[in-house]
Design a protein around this ligand. Structure first.
Ligand code: HEM
Length: 119
């Protein structure tokens, strides 16, 4: 019960699996895939895994830009954020992440909305 979210999710292999699935879904998602037209999947996945690992209490150190800087100039809207969040839910569901952990992940991501939208 006192394990970190990172451990309860299944550690780095679980995050890699979820991020891989998130990319598979999002790269085909016509609502938002234009934003990722020039993205290198492996590099981006590595950054996202490190970010989620650190944010969920894992041992990783994210070395990328902060969330405002990373998304500045994209002018992302709430609908873009909601589309990505839906894809995260689908990816978590594919790996049968339990309700408690799913809620914690989505709450953590939701707290970043104002750093990501309208910049
Ligand atoms: C809570 C939600 C989100 C999180 C945690 C997140 C996280 C990240 C991270 C860690 C990076 C890498 C930054 C770096 O390498 O310095 C990044 C870049 C990026 N994000 Fe997000 N992001 C979120 C939402 C979104 C949304 C909603 C969109 C668009 C629909 C988006 C589009 C991008 C793009 C296009 C990049 C640049 C990728 C590249 O390097 O080519 N992000 N994001």
């Amino acid at each position: 019960a006192d394990k970190t979210l990172y451990d309860r999710l299944g550690g780095k292999p679980a995050l890699e699996a979820v991020v891989g699935e998130l990319w598979a879904i999002t790269s085909k998602d016509k609502r938002i895939n234009k934003y990722f037209a020039n993205t290198k999947p492996e590099a981006f996945a590595g950054q996202l895994v490190d970010f989620l690992c650190e944010a969920s209490g894992g041992p990783c150190k994210y070395k990328g830009q902060d969330m405002v800087a990373a998304h500045t100039g994209m002018h992302l809207k709430n609908k873009d954020f909601d589309a990505l969040a839906q894809n995260v839910v689908k990816a978590l569901d594919k790996f049968k992440v339990p309700a408690r952990e799913k809620k914690e992940v989505m709450t953590m991501l939701g707290s970043l909305r104002s750093s990501i939208v309208n910049h």
